[in-house]
Design a protein around this ligand. Structure first.
Ligand code: XMP
Length: 319
């Protein structure tokens, strides 16, 4: 039977109502399609008894905090917006090792979220778990990838009951539900984004200055590739972004010597992130990405390289 988003929404809303009763539920939203669709379904079912929490870690994509606020306003969603940027930046000061960065971010996120759940006296926790997140593939690799996705997930010590309305769905189905719910195209078709966010797209210490650089570079890569795909010049890759490398190199800016950072552009085709092939981006598009990055980031970034490694052996992210 073909998937019917309209029917799915009706059933999911009724099911959430039955599960939560007169209680209160809380959900962490990140701007991604899974958590947004879950939050909107919960909002439909529970109204003000659903609290969507957006923790701004400082490592979100360009425009993400604004678009969450806008969406919440449009659909009358009860949003608690937590500006935790300085807490995250402070906790990561001087930390260079990728796994430590991940751990610090994950723990801090959970602390903040737990505190809010307690304040709100919520008894239920919404999660945007999808079928591939829990279906056992039997391979150790799946387990490893899944552990990545725990940032912002269920805090182990919390005594909350889970509400997972999209847990039987696959990504394409959740996107259809998003469309049916009237969510913007930008959210429905959003590429995957790692829980620790831009912090793992900065090789080494993720300080506020570097975050601004990589945020802008990521936005440029996204815009240029989305425009090229819309013009039919290439298929939109599965994931595409920029990484800020710690190495600086010599360049010229006007008639002065420059010494800026290097940006690596990463774009891959994949089905589930377990393996990936690097995308063959036409030269002209690589050139516009490079021109825009060096022009708009000026002395901050004066060199752009393209990552031509597939997974394995390289991971999709650099950290
Ligand atoms: P890797 O880099 O392991 O990435 O090849 C595979 C997919 O997982 C995403 N990824 C993460 N997602 N928290 C997440 O929620 C993480 O710590 C994390 N690390 C990687 C990555 O963006 C890709 O889609």
């Amino acid at each position: 039977m073909p998937f019917e988003p309209k029917q799915f929404i009706e059933d999911a809303v009724a099911q959430i109502k039955r599960t939560v009763g007169v209680g209160k539920a809380i959900i962490a939203v990140s701007g991604g399609v899974d958590s947004t669709v879950t939050a909107v379904l919960m909002n439909e079912a529970l109204g003000k008894r659903c609290i969507a929490v957006f923790v701004d870690t400082g490592f979100m994509r360009k425009g993400e905090p604004e678009s969450i606020r806008e969406l919440a306003g449009n659909i009358n969603m009860n949003l608690r917006f937590v500006d935790a940027r300085s807490k995250f930046y402070k906790a990561l000061k001087g930390v260079k090792e990728p796994e430590r960065k991940r751990k610090i971010i994950g723990e801090l996120f959970i602390n903040i979220f737990e505190k809010i759940a307690k304040e709100e006296r919520a008894k239920f926790l919404g999660q945007g778990t999808l079928a591939p997140d829990w279906i056992e593939s039997g391979s150790g690799m799946r387990a490893t990838i899944k552990s990545h996705h725990n940032v912002g997930g269920l805090p182990s010590g919390m005594k909350l009951k889970l509400v997972e309305p999209v847990r039987e769905l696959y990504k394409d189905e959740v996107r259809k539900v998003g469309k049916e719910l009237g969510l913007p195209e930008k959210i429905c078709n959003r590429q995957p984004f790692p829980g620790p966010g831009l912090a793992i797209r900065i090789v080494g210490e993720a300080n506020p200055e570097k975050v601004e650089i990589v945020r802008e570079a990521c936005a440029i890569v996204e815009e240029e590739l989305e425009k090229a795909a819309a013009r039919g010049e290439m298929e939109l890759p599965w994931q595409y972004f920029a990484v800020l490398l710690p190495s600086r190199s010599v360049g010229v800016l006007g008639d002065k010597r420059a010494y800026g950072y290097t940006i690596a552009v990463r774009a891959v085709y994949s089905v589930d992130g377990m393996t990936a092939q690097y995308a063959r981006i036409p030269d002209s598009i690589l050139e516009s990405i490079s021109n825009r990055i060096t022009r708009e980031l000026k002395e901050d970034a004066n060199r752009v390289v393209y990552d031509i490694t597939s997974k394995p052996p390289a991971c999709i992210e650099w950290e």
